[in-house]
Each structure stands twice: as structure tokens, then as C-alpha cells.
Write a protein that binds this ligand. Structure first.
Ligand SMILES: Cc1cc2nc3c(=O)[nH]c(=O)nc-3n(C[C@H](O)[C@H](O)[C@H](O)COP(=O)(O)OP(=O)(O)OC[C@H]3O[C@@H](n4cnc5c(N)ncnc54)[C@H](O)[C@@H]3O)c2cc1C
Length: 382
């Protein structure tokens, strides 16, 4: 069996490992020119589903490295005001571990070699009469397989063709994602799982900021050199991740970080100096404007089951639940397990894909609903 995966994100790469473990031939087609061509280093909170999926799919020799480049994630989630006075607590979270998306993605690329093809965007597909599927590539090329998996994220080209009526909604307002090197002073802002700041911006409108700590147990590059020397991980230090949630007061669209920083500093004028300093000292490469999107539920579709979807390509959700990556990884592990049965001859491909889709749609859209329900905790009431 030959599987084509559109998208070398967290879900697509995890699937590729799971399939390789089962002896399935897999090709991953990625739009970007290389693994470093776009900013993507933000903290990801991995829960039991995400961790179980990674352990099921990644080769065992990489498990120790994954643990070494993760960090603690437990304790209370606090809500404070812009002067850092505690307003309330959202309850404790004890399970899970923190990791960085960029580090995790580099780790997931380990051992895949030229099975991952960069600079090859999937623009569409054709289901062929012989039961195979042909992916169309932006460079004019074609790739043929028994199954095409759209793991191409929230703007998925595969979803656009498979489910043209599926709706992805953008939250009103514009957000900013930032990252600031961790110091003793900034670490004190997040004593537990996370801290939410509810305040008022300079226009008198409500504003909020989410803070999360990414403290690597061991520096990723050193950990890789010791535990898996063939794996190249970035030379990145611990940091505090912050998100200014969607605000009507922030302009839209891409612009230089210096402009975004100046806008934020003006907006949060008068906030506690420790919060203002996070913006002032933010790391230019790893901070940017952010759009928050989620999908409306879709019913299970009819079709020949030569094309399917996983992760943000089908069920993107706001980061409020900390579940997007975890659900993408869970999809990857479930699909890998399902396709392993096909590879072994104990299941038929269309029925196996259908079964995967039924389960994935159920828990995937439950996670979207849960993330939307939690959104008010992260945005001050109007
Ligand atoms: C600020 C922030 C914090 C977050 N925190 C958490 C958290 O704590 N926990 C959590 O679980 N989730 C979190 N998430 C969500 C998480 O990052 C995503 O849900 C997750 O990355 C989705 O994985 P994916 O593999 O489906 O898609 P992605 O990781 O987005 O990967 C998609 C890949 O497809 C590629 N691609 C796109 N179009 C094409 C194409 N046409 N052809 C080929 N390739 C294409 C892209 O370049 C990309 O490499 C957070 C998100 C944000 C923004």
C-alpha cells in the first residue's frame, strides 16, 4: 500500500512514522521549502492523547529525546488583572508535558529522510478509475497512491476539494503570539500550568493575555547530541509564550514585528511592567500576528474513501483548549493503526478509512466544542 500525506506538520509527520513502523510506503508532500522556512516555535501542551500517539508512532529510540526536550506542565491556572492581582483560579491540571512545536517538528522529521518532499504543495487531486488517487502538485508534478491524507492544516487544499461546503470561522479581532526568553522574573508570572491576564486596553476595551512557560528539561541541541546524534534539533532556550487574544483594537494583516510591538506597547500602556517587558523583550523571529480559527462540525461525507483528512485540516480549534495538536496526533495514531490492519490484510482500505473517519469526527469536533466553551475563560466578559 502506498500512502500520500499532504503536509509535514505535527499530524502528517506522526502519521508517516506510524506507517513506516507498519511497513507502509509513505510520501509526505510539504508546501514549504524546508523545515526552517517559517516561524513556528510556540509552546504546545501535550496531554495523554498526544503523548500516547507520539509513543505509538515514533521509533522507540526517540522516546528518551522527546522526554528530554519536554518540560514540566502542572498546577493551577490563575486569572490575574493587569496589575497582576489574582482574580480567580481555573483549577489545576496535573497531566501532560510542555514542548515546543518547532523542536517537536524537527524531532518528528528524524529518520524520514527523502520521504518528506519540501517545496511540493498539493493543489488538488483526481480519484482514478483504477482505485488509486493522484495528487496534483504546485510544481506541475503528480504523485500517485492508494490513499491521500490531507494533513495540510487549517487552510487545507485537500479539504477544499473534498468538502467544499465545510466552514472555517475566523474569530473577530486580531491576536498576537509572542515569545520572550525565560528569566527568573518572567518565570514568576506563571507559577502553575498557565496564567491568564484580564485587563483593559488604552481605549478602555477589554483585553487579555495568555502566558505559558516553556522550560526545556535539557537544551534541545545538546539533548539530541547526547541521545540521538543523527537528529538535529534547534539551539533554542527556555521561554515564556504569550498570546494577546483577538482584539478589535489591533490592526489586521502581516507587518514587521517592530510595528506590531509598537502597537502592543501603546495598547497595553499602564499594564504591570513585568507584562509590558514581555512585549518589549520579545524574540523577533518567534513572534507574529495570529489569526484564530475554528471549524463548524461537518457530517460524515459519502465517497470512495481514497482521500481523507486529519488534524487542523478537518477540525481546527482555538488554542483555548490546548487540544489542536493533541487531536491531530491522536488522529495520526488512529489512522496509522487502522492502515496497519489494511497492510496486514486484516481489513479493507475503504471500510478502514470510513471507521477512522467516524471516530475522528466524533472526538475531533467534541474537542472543537470544548475549546470554544473554554474561550470565555481566556477573553474577558463583555
Ligand atoms: C498560539 C498557539 C498555541 C497552541 N497551543 C496548543 C497546545 O498547547 N496544545 C495543542 O494541542 N495545540 C495547540 N495549538 C494548536 C496546534 O498548533 C495545531 O492544532 C497543530 O499544529 C495542528 O497540526 P496539523 O498537523 O493538523 O497542522 P499543522 O501543524 O498546521 O501542519 C500543516 C502542514 O501542512 C503544510 N501545508 C499547508 N498547505 C499545504 C499544501 N497545500 N500542500 C502541502 N502542505 C501544506 C503546512 O506548511 C504545515 O507544515 C496551538 C496553536 C497556536 C496558534
Amino acid at each position: 500500500m502506498k500512502v500520500l500525506v499532504a503536509g509535514a506538520g505535527l499530524g502528517g509527520l506522526c502519521l508517516a512514522h506510524g506507517l513506516l513502523r507498519a511497513g507502509v510506503d509513505v510520501r509526505v508532500l510539504e508546501r514549504e521549502d524546508g523545515p526552517d522556512s517559517r516561524y513556528q516555535g510556540f509552546r504546545i501542551a501535550l496531554n495523554a492523547h498526544g503523548l500516547a500517539a507520539l509513543h505509538a508512532c515514533l521509533p522507540e529510540r526517540l522516546h528518551a529525546l522527546l522526554a528530554a526536550v519536554s518540560g514540566p506542565l502542572a498546577g493551577e491556572r490563575r486569572v490575574v488583572d493587569q496589575e497582576l492581582r489574582e482574580l480567580r483560579r481555573l483549577g489545576g491540571v496535573d497531566e501532560g508535558t510542555a514542548t515546543d512545536r518547532y523542536v517537536l517538528r524537527r524531532l518528528l522529521l528524524a529518520g524520514l529522510g527523502d520521504r518528506v518532499e519540501f517545496g511540493r504543495p498539493v493543489t488538488g487531486y483526481t480519484e482514478r478509475a483504477d482505485g488509486t488517487v493522484e495528487a496534483h502538485l504546485g510544481d506541475g508534478g503528480r504523485a500517485v497512491g492508494d490513499l491521500l491524507v490531507g494533513a495540510d492544516g487549517v487552510g487545507s487544499a485537500v479539504r477544499r476539494q473534498l468538502l467544499p461546503d465545510a466552514r472555517v470561522v475566523t474569530l473577530p479581532g486580531n491576536a498576537v503570539l509572542g515569545r520572550t526568553p525565560l528569566t527568573e522574573r518572567s518565570a514568576a508570572l506563571v507559577p502553575g500550568y498557565g496564567t491568564v491576564v484580564h485587563g483593559t486596553d488604552v481605549h478602555g476595551d477589554r483585553a487579555s493575555m495568555l502566558l505559558g512557560r516553556m522550560e526545556f528539561r535539557r537544551p534541545p541541541r545538546l539533548a539530541a547530541a547526547e541521545l540521538a546524534p543523527d537528529v538535529r534539533l534547534p539551539d533554542t532556550g527556555s521561554y515564556l509564550r504569550w498570546v494577546v487574544m483577538p482584539s478589535e483594537s489591533l490592526p489586521a494583516g502581516p507587518r514587521p514585528w517592530e510595528t506590531v510591538r509598537a502597537e502592543l506597547l501603546a495598547l497595553l500602556d499602564g499594564w504591570h511592567p513585568d507584562l509590558v517587558d514581555l512585549v518589549r523583550a520579545a524574540d523577533v523571529v518567534n513572534s507574529s500576528p495570529l489569526t484564530v480559527r475554528y471549524a463548524e462540525p461537518v457530517p460524515h461525507w459519502a465517497g470512495r474513501r481514497r482521500v481523507t483528512l486529519l488534524g487542523d485540516a478537518i477540525h481546527p480549534m482555538p488554542p483555548s483548549g490546548g487540544q489542536g495538536a493533541n487531536t491531530a496526533l491522536r488522529d495520526a495514531a488512529l489512522l496509522a493503526r487502522t492502515l496497519t490492519a489494511v497492510q496486514r490484510g486484516t481489513a479493507e482500505l475503504p471500510a478502514a478509512v470510513e471507521q477512522y473517519e467516524q471516530r475522528m469526527l466524533e472526538y475531533g469536533f467534541a474537542a472543537v466544542a470544548d475549546s470554544l466553551e473554554r474561550l470565555p475563560d481566556f477573553t474577558p466578559a463583555r
